[in-house]
Design a protein around this ligand. Structure first.
Ligand SMILES: Cc1cc2nc3c(=O)[nH]c(=O)nc-3n(C[C@H](O)[C@H](O)[C@H](O)COP(=O)(O)OP(=O)(O)OC[C@H]3O[C@@H](n4cnc5c(N)ncnc54)[C@H](O)[C@@H]3O)c2cc1C
Length: 384
């Protein structure tokens, strides 16, 4: 067992951290509050190859794995810039295209993922089928050489910034049952419309309701084949969970770093407030939870990159659960340690609250992870 990163991973961590620090949390909050996107940071991270670290080298990517993408996601968040679209574009969409796309799709799409110029969002959640994936009612029917797609999706992040949305729909299989299938839909396709959902999050990336009204698609919009949508889907969901966990861990580190700096200098009883155990112990407790989550993230990413998909699925769920809990605790504890300043925009900690809280719900809720672990790790009867 080796807990040391490779020299390349260490260099990647240091370089992306330096880039993140150049932008920082103030930039992130300013963009969020003015309704803009973090385009400059995304473009620079893409140009430097960080967003494409896990894209195969033959398509211009870094040739690394989800371990490297998790490092990028964590370090940007640790610099105060948790970039939600990393979880959907490079983590889900690029991975699915690289693993399950046709030769044409790989040649056309992967170079854009490699340098970040191509952004693809992901749509699975529906108004009547959130946690219950089996109730998806977005359907696809064959139409000549192509397909027609109809349905509604909700809470889809970043539709306004992306050239395509990767839509999970259901299609009649050869056995007559409805099976999941994945389609790359241009966001300007006739019949596709979207409207912004007002959210209580400080984030430069917005969520949308997506309407798909008889959207006509060519045959090559299908990713992963008509009968193998499920394995393709899961090859993207585990990277999403791992990078979501990495974003939570990075955000937690940012909050704890802000708080620790504050408590060593703030003095209201003649000595730094960090000398009171009532202040220091909750921060230390949160730091331990964050480090445990980081270990699980590293394990999940290593298993995924080794192709051990079943074990990676369990570890990715556990990492996501542990990280969301740790991040919520860390941000809440940091706010408490800063007192009134903890709730100010200037000190940049309360601005993280919505994001870490959402991390307990999305991309998969803590309850659904507990259901999964109870059933698949502890052998309990299926409860849902
Ligand atoms: C900021 C944000 C960004 C998002 N981005 C995307 C995106 O880009 N693409 C996308 O497709 N989706 C996205 N989502 C949606 C997200 O994945 C869903 O909100 C999440 O999966 C939960 O589904 P739901 O909201 O329908 O909750 P529901 O399924 O209605 O569940 C509500 C509550 O009940 C609990 N619950 C439900 N069933 C069970 C059960 N059997 N046992 C125990 N508890 C249960 C849930 O855990 C949850 O706490 C995003 C959500 C947020 C908040």
């Amino acid at each position: 067992m080796d807990f040391d990163p490779t020299p390349e991973q260490q260099l990647l961590r240091e370089s992306i951290a330096a880039l993140g620090r150049r932008y920082g949390h103030e930039y992130y909050v300013r963009k969020s509050k003015t309704g803009e996107h973090t385009d400059e940071l995304w473009a620079e991270a893409g140009k430097l190859g960080y967003l494409g670290v896990s894209v195969p080298a033959e398509y211009g990517g870094g040739g690394g794995g989800i371990t490297e993408l998790a490092i990028v996601t964590e370090e940007l968040a640790a610099a105060g810039c948790p970039l939600l679209l990393i979880l959907v574009s490079p983590a889900i969409a690029a991975t699915i295209v690289a693993r399950h796309g046709t030769a044409d799709q790989r040649a056309t799409l992967l170079p854009g993922f490699a340098d970040g110029t191509l952004k693809v969002c992901f749509a699975i959640t529906e108004p009547d089928a959130g946690s219950n994936f089996h109730r998806l009612s977005t359907v696809v029917r064959r139409d000549g050489d192509g397909y027609v797609l109809s349905g509604r999706k909700v809470y889809i992040s970043g539709v306004d910034q992306c050239r395509y949305v990767l839509v999970v729909a259901r299609m009649a299989s050869s056995t007559g049952t409805l099976a999941p299938a994945l389609f790359l839909v241009p966001t300007d396709a006739p019949g596709l419309t979207y409207s912004k959902i007002e959210m209580e999050l400080v984030s430069p990336d917005n969520q949308f309701l997506l309407f798909l009204d008889d959207v006509r698609l060519p045959a090559d919009a299908l990713v992963g084949g008509e009968e193998s949508g499920l394995p393709a889907l899961f090859s993207g969901l585990n990277p999403e969970r791992i990078t979501a966990a990495a974003m939570g861990a990075g955000t937690a580190r940012y909050a704890l770093e802000r708080a620790s700096r504050y408590t060593t200098t703030r003095s209201v009883w003649g000595r730094p407030i960090g000398s009171h155990q009532g202040v220091a112990h909750p921060l230390a407790h949160a730091a331990i939870q964050v480090e445990l989550a980081r270990l699980m993230i590293a394990k999940a990413a290593a298993l995924y990159d080794a192709g051990r998909d079943v074990e990676a699925g369990v570890a990715a769920n556990m990492a996501k659960y542990a990280s969301a809990e740790a991040a919520t605790l860390a941000v809440d504890t940091a706010i408490q340690a800063l007192g009134g300043n903890g709730m100010s925009t200037e000190y940049g900690v309360a601005t993280l609250l919505g994001g870490v809280r959402a991390g307990r719900i999305a991309p998969v809720s803590r309850e659904m992870i507990l259901n999964f672990v109870a059933q698949h790790v502890l052998g309990q009867p299926k409860s849902y």
